[in-house]
Design a protein around this ligand. Structure first.
Ligand SMILES: [Zn+2]
Length: 323
């Protein structure tokens, strides 16, 4: 779909597998060729959408000059290797998430024992952990073939289409998430950092070296965007929207309410999994649980860092209560 004729920006919707039906990828037409932004999952359905788009726009593989990725999650990075194989174009991603890809996706099941350990000591029963790990493992093949990565640094300028975009580091949803901003157009490609209808998942990662307080990072990243002069935000899921300030306020108030709801669940020592069940109910799939649990943990860790909670350990299970 052509979003803006003058600036040559197209939205390409790639199908996903679960509750969120699509990821928005973007293509920018320039005088010398095309830039792509985010890639979709690596699977036949995605390849077909990209190939159809290339045919419609008469794009030859050599016309693709660069593939820019907002963060390492499979629905954004997954198809980058396939697009690179097709076109020979460089794949750009922020420095921190490039490390995540090398340490996580490229090593296959590396993270599964870490997730098992983290969720076990936070009270998730073994049969539930099994479902979560199966869902986690299912995602890994959607990132193959892998891309050779070119690393971007915060503050760097890149050319997408015919426009210069500044790379803004916005950690929280992933440790190395980046947005791309052009002041002249008042345009922000916000990836999963800013979505129109809901907050993206802000979850505690089990990865060694992961940031310890992702919700604090996320809220700081939101605040850091407040002063941008933006007329249009193009997110990775859902519709584009015009008001940055309004969206930032809504997201801040959502997380404040969520923190209060979590605090209300805490009795005389409550495990994170019990909080997860109280907040989200008993009927989550393995895939939903892996996000829900990571999200509850991120909020508990945030409150711990603010010294609003106490933590105790009973028979290997962490219990949280209010101070
Ligand atoms: Zn994501």
């Amino acid at each position: 779909m052509l979003l803006n004729n003058q600036s040559g920006i197209y939205k390409v919707e790639l199908p996903l597998l679960h509750r969120v039906k699509h990821v928005n990828c973007y293509a920018l037409r320039g005088r010398d060729g095309w830039s792509l932004l985010d890639a979709g999952l690596s699977r036949e359905a995605s390849y077909q959408v990209w190939l159809r788009f290339f045919e419609e726009q008469a794009i030859r593989p050599a016309d693709i000059l660069g593939i820019y990725i907002t963060h390492y999650h499979s629905d954004h990075y997954g198809c980058a290797g396939w697009l690179q194989k097709l076109s020979g174009a460089p794949v750009y991603i922020g420095a921190i998430d490039a490390v995540r890809i090398n340490n996580y996706w490229k090593k296959g099941d590396y993270l599964l024992p870490e997730i098992d350990k983290l969720y076990n000591c936070n009270g998730m029963p073994s049969e539930v952990r099994k479902l979560v790990l199966e869902a986690e493992a299912e995602i890994i093949p959607y990132t193959v073939p892998h891309a050779d990565l070119t690393v971007l640094q915060a503050g760097q300028t890149v050319t997408l289409g015919d426009y210069e975009f500044r790379v803004i580091l916005t950690p929280g949803h992933s440790d190395g998430h980046i947005c791309y901003y052009n002041q002249e157009l008042g345009l922000l490609f916000s990836g999963d950092h800013l979505l129109p209808d809901s907050s993206s998942i802000v979850g505690l990662s089990a990865q060694a070296g992961a940031r310890p307080d992702p919700l604090a990072d996320f809220l700081r990243s939101l605040d850091s965007l407040r002063s941008l002069d933006c007329q249009l935000i193009l997110p990775a899921h859902g519709k584009s929207f015009p008001s940055l300030a309004k969206r930032i306020s809504r997201l801040e108030s959502y997380h404040n309410k969520h923190l209060a709801a979590i605090r209300n669940c805490l009795g005389r020592g409550t495990a994170a999994y019990e909080v997860c069940r109280q907040i989200y109910g008993p009927d989550l799939s393995g895939n939903e649980l892996r996000f829900a649990m990571a999200e509850i943990l991120a909020h508990l860790v945030y409150l711990l860092h603010k010294n609003e909670l106490k933590i105790t350990c009973t028979e290997g299970i962490y219990k949280y209560n209010n101070r």
